[in-house]
Design a protein around this ligand. Structure first.
Ligand code: NAD
Length: 350
């Protein structure tokens, strides 16, 4: 690992587990199957190095990151044996009430935030990647503040509003830093697939009238999403991300509906789409998609991390729409899937 991009992870859960495995696996050889983009903004995967990691779960705190990523309650699959990294997971902090679904599953150890600033400064982290459980808005915002204080760019994978909040964007810009978010959009997850099918039907002249997407999965984050508050927020974001895909209004609903523990890190998304074609003849689509959450985040996270560093290298700051539109569901301006990918690729993919 060349360490040209030094990242710190907050939240050593299932997405972090897949990301860390991906950094090791493709860092060794980026001609291996499954990597979407070899070079982003002139950076290879081997340029990415994890220099700090934080969590509040006592079963992970104190362990080397290579061990913590496979510790309970993580359920992401082991694809690659990660060598000892030499980064011990430190304690993060918690400013919110945990949802009652998570309360029983964490062994909480939290810390004074000032320790985190000095750790980030001394490890010379470039980017803080926020992968904590959703619904912890005060905590995610406090981590964004820590990023500003420590001189780190910020990647917000959670649905808390940070990169789509003007106030935060201004503060990151003034500090000559980049902030991107909010709510990661998986590479080939429920939202991207739903948007892609709608775009295809629209491009073939079908008038969409209604659609829904119901997700069922395992993993702690799905369990957490069953909490009414979190469910409502995430459903609102997913639904909005879908509705902007078409240039007219139609009825749509998208969200997680249930948790099945033995599905582990897998997810099934059930879709139903209704449209009309010539002479108002009905078209109905009924499909399901099976994916795995952690790996589905890996390519997009690696692309975002490299693009953020490349943006900062060029002394461009704030929240670039080319990265936010490509990698996240909730952005300050609406962008369709096709345009978002085109803009990202034009700027960053060689
Ligand atoms: N494909 C994807 O995985 C995907 C897609 C979209 C959004 N996201 C978002 O990414 C985030 C992570 O998802 P995940 O599946 O890895 O979740 P997860 O539940 O597997 O992991 C979350 C981790 O965060 C830790 N954590 C919780 N509160 C913390 C705090 N205050 N400080 C430090 N650590 C804390 C937990 O202990 C756990 O290790 C979630 O917000 C999720 O909504 C993920």
């Amino acid at each position: 690992m060349s360490g040209r991009i030094r990242i710190a992870l907050i939240g050593v859960g299932n997405s972090a587990c897949s990301l860390v495995q991906g950094i090791g696996y493709y860092g060794e050889d980026d001609s291996r199957m499954g990597l979407w983009h070899k070079s982003v903004g002139g950076y290879r995967v081997s340029d990415v190095k994890v220099v700090e990691a934080f969590d509040i779960d006592g079963r992970k705190v104190g362990l080397d990151l290579s061990e913590a990523i496979f510790s309970k309650p993580n359920v992401a699959r082991r694809h690659f044996d990660v060598d000892t990294i030499g980064v011990k997971v430190k304690r993060g902090f918690l400013y919110d009430e945990l949802s009652h679904h998570l309360r029983g599953s964490f062994d909480i150890r939290d810390e004074d935030p000032s320790e985190m600033v000095s750790a980030l400064r001394s490890s010379r982290a470039d980017i803080l990647v926020n992968l904590i459980s959703s619904g912890l808005d005060r905590t995610s915002k406090a981590y964004a503040e820590i990023a500003i204080k420590s001189g780190c760019c910020f990647v917000n994978a959670t649905p808390s509003l940070i990169a789509s909040d003007e106030h935060f964007v201004k503060r990151f810009k003034e500090a000559n830093l980049v902030v991107v978010g909010d709510d990661l959009m998986s590479q080939f997850g429920g939202t991207a697939f739903h948007k892609g099918i709608l775009d295809f039907m629209h491009s073939r002249g079908i008038k969409i009238t209604k659609s829904y997407q119901l997700d069922v999965g395992g993993g702690n984050e799905t369990l957490n999403t069953l909490d009414e508050g979190v469910k409502f927020t995430k459903r609102g974001m997913k639904t909005k991300a879908i509705s902007i895909e078409l240039p007219y209004e139609f009825e749509t609903v998208a969200g997680t509906t249930d948790y099945v523990d033995y599905m582990l890190n897998d997810r099934t998304s059930y879709y139903w789409i209704q449209g009309e074609s010539f002479l108002a003849s009905p078209i109905k689509v009924d499909i399901y998609l099976r994916t795995s959450d952690g790996p589905n985040a890996g390519n997009v996270l690696l692309d975002i991390i490299r693009a953020v560093k490349a943006t900062k290298d060029k002394r461009s700051f704030g929240a670039p729409l080319e990265i936010c539109g490509y990698g996240f569901k909730h952005t300050s301006k609406s962008v369709g899937l096709r345009d978002a990918y085109r803009d990202f690729a034009l700027k960053y993919v060689k």
